[in-house]
Design a protein around this ligand. Structure first.
Ligand SMILES: [Fe+2]
Ligand SMILES: [Fe+2]
Length: 336
């Protein structure tokens, strides 16, 4: 309660106290600021004409220092202009002197009720925000857990595959590692690099669905058997498509046997229609296959394998990625 006239001030303080409020008084702008700086204030009652300033100045101070604290302004009777100005400046209410006790208590009660709702709302919002933050955190943890679980499952699938296909031990991991390095060298985003690494790990996962007699056959495959082997691509896509988190890597898995000139499988797409991940995997996959022992042949030398990659630039392999691959494996002399 900031009012220069001691009689009026004491009178209002008494009225408020007997109505059940705790009220403190000051006689000037400076005294009002003092109260605001030291007390928890819910509502200010300010006389428009203070001895050292205008009540509007104190209202401005409140707006800056304690936004959310309302002011009820007091002024001499009949001053319509000031009353209008007070409301325009954001005063909650306006009371003219001489005042009626009932009127002042009612105005204060209304303002305090508004204040109570505001604070309650603020608390509610804060606790709601806290709950949302906690929920988001636990969801994220649970998602991470799920993803980890999923990775473990797929890794055990990869291990199952490698146990089943004796000639592909370590193949998926080597392909994944070189593909990652090629992706790095190409300057792909962090996320794209991670996707290509995962796609490399899982590119042959569909071989789980191919019978071992065909998978491990010593010697050349018949055309029928070759058709069976080719199915591993779409079986792999089917396995991975069960898992929404892997939707980003299925295009690369699906296209790792496509040829740059369009003569590969399963879709026969060519050039840049082949997803970049698939074009990278195709090179890493072919190189690893050529430099490993297979059921039907002994491994080729690095020179031979690199010469074959270079020779098939533009037909089987992306002509721009082959030199990058050769650089990644440290075979730069052949890089064109
Ligand atoms: Fe494959
Ligand atoms: Fe492969």
């Amino acid at each position: 309660m900031v009012e220069g006239d001691a009689y009026v001030r004491q009178n209002i303080l008494k009225i408020l106290e007997s109505a059940g409020f705790r009220a403190v008084g000051a006689d000037s702008l400076a005294g009002g600021i003092d109260i605001l700086d030291t007390e928890f204030v819910n509502l200010a009652i300010i006389d428009i004409k203070l001895p050292d300033a205008s009540g509007f100045e104190l209202m401005e101070y409140i707006k800056q220092a304690q936004p959310g604290v309302d002011a009820i302004l007091l002024s001499a009777w009949g001053d319509v202009e000031t009353a209008t100005k007070a409301i325009e400046q954001g005063a909650y209410d306006f009371i003219t002197k001489p005042f009626n006790v009932h009127h002042i208590v009612l105005a204060v009660q209304r303002a305090m009720e508004k204040r109570r709702l505001l604070l309650e709302n603020r608390d509610l919002q804060a606790s709601l925000e806290k709950k949302i933050r906690e929920k988001a955190l636990s969801l994220r943890l649970r998602n991470e857990e799920k993803l980890q679980h999923l990775n473990n499952t797929i890794m055990s699938l990869v291990q199952t595959l490698e146990a089943k296909d004796q000639y592909t031990e370590g193949h998926s991991r080597r392909v994944a590692d070189t593909a990652l390095r090629v992706a790095e060298r190409l300057g792909l985003s962090r996320r794209a690099q991670e996707d290509i690494h995962l796609a490399g790990l899982f590119h042959d996962i569909g071989k789980i669905g191919i019978q071992e007699s065909v998978l491990n056959k010593a010697g050349q495959l018949t055309p029928e058997e070759y058709e069976i082997i080719k199915k591993h691509v779409l079986i792999g896509v089917k396995i991975l498509s069960q898992i929404p988190q892997f939707s980003r890597i299925t295009p690369a898995v699906r296209s790792h046997h496509e040829f740059f000139d369009g003569s590969g499988y399963p879709d026969g797409v060519s050039g840049e229609e082949i997803p970049l991940g698939g074009r990278i995997l195709a090179i890493c996959d072919a190189y690893d296959a050529m430099t490993s022992n297979r059921s039907y042949r002994r491994k080729l030398s690095v020179d031979r394998a690199c010469a074959i990659l270079t020779r098939n630039r533009g037909t089987q392999f992306d002509p721009e990625i082959v030199p990058v691959f050769l650089r990644v494996i440290g075979y730069e002399e052949q890089a064109v």
